[in-house]
Design a protein. Structure first.
Length: 324
């Protein structure tokens, strides 16, 4: 479980075309460093057993004042030293990583560093106003791995000038760079962003939900095959997200939709047998039938018999293993 501490836009002078931190996190003020402990206590008292990490998300953590970084991290380190959490993770921009930054993070026991890489295509990065190129991602990723941190690389799909091929190439490069973790975010057009202006001026066409789900499933499969943990697909749903979203592939359960599409694509290969008799442990049921039973409906509308029963292993027609 991640204990998320949102430090929104603190220290970030950038102006990415898609970004409106207020709409995405629903928080406008960063919590005081002294409140990290009470936020963590609240999560931990919820009985979340197992591996917990304190996670500084929402902006570019290493872009904020080093003295303020230290104050946040010192609070988190108390929990690490007390064995209450197993790690500290944070997200930041690739161009906010250098030797001094990594030294500071190492002093406080940071374990996981996630870079908002977004794309490895320089044209896409420039059109999205990221203010860094793919070389910055390569450099930062190498330094992070050399110093023994766990590397996470986050990507977005459907950015200006992006194509499915460029997104797939980005995933392949993440794998080559040694990412252990990733997050995949289909681009949403949020109110009060430059992307919203581009959309209204007819200069940007967002992905449809269908396109985002299909591409997300292909990316998910690629990362899965390479052993890269997919930590999240799509932003967490919230009233602020839904209300602030002007256009794009908004779906309240994008992650579930993408994994169920990954499952559907496997089932498709066996649908020509005319029947899909699936048995699987209950925990996989929602991924197999899909949100609002979309997978079950899809095959039934194609005239394919679709049944799902409980079983020990996820199998199709008694022979083929289903992957998740
Ligand atoms: S996406 Fe990150 S780097 Fe870009 S403007 Fe938002 S907070 Fe800053």
């Amino acid at each position: 479980m991640n204990i998320p501490i949102f430090v929104p836009h603190v220290g970030c002078p950038n102006d990415c075309a898609f970004c409106n931190q207020r709409s995405i996190t629903g928080v406008t003020e960063a919590p005081a460093p002294e409140s990290v402990g009470s936020i963590a206590d609240e999560y931990l008292s919820g009985g979340g057993a197992g591996e917990n990490t304190i996670a500084f998300f929402g902006g570019s953590f290493t872009g904020i004042e080093p003295s303020l970084q230290r104050r946040y991290l010192a609070e988190a380190k108390k929990y690490l030293d007390a064995g209450k959490i197993s790690g500290i993770r944070l997200s930041t921009r690739p161009d906010y990583i250098d030797a001094d930054v990594l030294k500071l993070l190492g002093e406080y026991g940071v374990t996981n560093i996630e870079l908002g890489a977004q794309s490895m295509d320089d044209g896409v990065l420039a059109a999205s106003g990221r203010g860094h190129d793919s070389g910055a991602v390569r450099r930062a990723a190498g330094m992070i791995r050399e110093r023994g941190f766990t590397l996470g690389l986050q990507m977005m799909t459907g950015l200006p000038l992006d194509t499915p091929e460029k997104s797939l190439a980005t995933a392949e490069e993440f794998i080559r760079l040694g990412a252990a973790e990733t997050r995949i975010y289909p681009t949403l057009v949020m109110e009060r962003t430059r992307l919203a202006d581009m959309y209204r001026a007819g200069l940007y066409r967002p992905q449809t939900v269908e396109e985002a789900a299909e591409l997300g499933a292909a990316l998910y499969g690629k990362f899965r095959d390479a052993g890269v943990k997919v930590l999240r697909v799509g932003l967490s749903d919230s009233e602020e997200l839904k209300g602030g979203c002007v256009a794009g592939p908004y779906h309240p359960a994008m992650g579930e939709l993408v994994i169920s599409r990954f499952v559907r694509n496997q089932l498709e290969a066996h649908a020509e047998e005319g029947a899909l008799r699936i048995s699987a442990p209950k925990k996989y049921f929602s991924k197999i039938v899909g949100p609002r039973r979309c997978n079950a409906r899809y095959f039934r509308e194609k005239g394919v018999y679709f049944s799902l029963t409980e079983g020990e292993e996820p199998l199709v027609n008694g022979r083929y293993e289903l992957l998740f």
